[in-house]
Design a protein around this ligand. Structure first.
Ligand SMILES: CC(C)(COP(=O)(O)OP(=O)(O)OC[C@H]1O[C@@H](n2cnc3c(N)ncnc32)[C@H](O)[C@@H]1OP(=O)(O)O)[C@@H](O)C(=O)NCCC(=O)NCCS
Length: 182
């Protein structure tokens, strides 16, 4: 089992999400809902109860090796979250997702936290490939993927589901053996 240890970067601390994060995570989510809802499936009906259920479930998912969710913390508190999902652990293929609170966007946080998550995925979990889906119309997310060294590999028609539909996305891939920036 992979230990639930925090990961530090230059400006941020990535903390494995647990019930203790629920309230702060919800406050950051609530303030960012207009920016999250177009892209994140779970944001449509997010509230404190669903955030608490997610944070509690995250501990179990981590222990089963199915998902590794981190709260992104800066000097002022929870600034977003990211997750590595590994639906079939034995296949060693993971998917990275991230969001940053609207009042902290544009500071390089997603890239800084994402780079640490990529290292965690390859070095601690032992994944051989990471995938990432970013909306065709979501330039900030696409840019983060590129800055992390992901390569654009294809177009996913309606490949990014939302509760009331789906949007087109690009599939990005990164191999453990690929060159990475930084
Ligand atoms: C996408 C998101 C995670 C980016 O977080 P962030 O911390 O602002 O990202 P960073 O600062 O590390 O990088 C953002 C990059 O996108 C660029 N960018 C932002 N808005 C842009 C736009 N409208 N057009 C083109 N580029 C844009 C920034 O200039 C920056 O690139 P640069 O460093 O080359 O200048 C954040 O905006 C977010 O949470 N959005 C809502 C949820 C979401 O879309 N999640 C991703 C789902 S796949």
């Amino acid at each position: 089992m992979i230990g639930r240890a925090a990961v530090s970067t230059e400006r941020l601390r990535l903390e494995p999400i647990g019930p203790e994060h629920a309230e702060e995570l919800w406050r950051a989510t609530e303030a960012s809902l207009p920016q999250l809802r177009p892209w994140m499936f779970w944001a449509a009906d997010a509230d404190l109860a669903s955030t608490r259920a997610f944070a509690e479930g995250a501990v179990e998912e981590w222990d089963q090796g199915l998902a590794f969710h981190f709260a992104i913390r800066d000097h002022a508190g929870v600034a977003g979250a990211l997750g590595l999902e590994v639906p079939v652990p034995v296949r060693r293929l993971g998917e990275l997702g991230y969001w940053v609170a609207s009042d902290r966007a544009g500071r390089g946080y997603a890239t800084e936290a994402g780079a640490a998550a990529v290292r965690f995925g390859f070095d601690a979990i032992g994944l051989y490939r990471l995938e990432l889906r970013a909306g065709i119309d979501n330039p900030a997310s696409r840019r983060v993927a590129e800055k992390l060294g992901f390569r654009r590999e294809g177009t996913l028609r309606k490949g990014c589901p939302l509760p009331d539909g789906a949007y087109d996305g690009f599939l990005y891939g990164l191999l453990a053996t690929d060159h990475r920036p930084g």
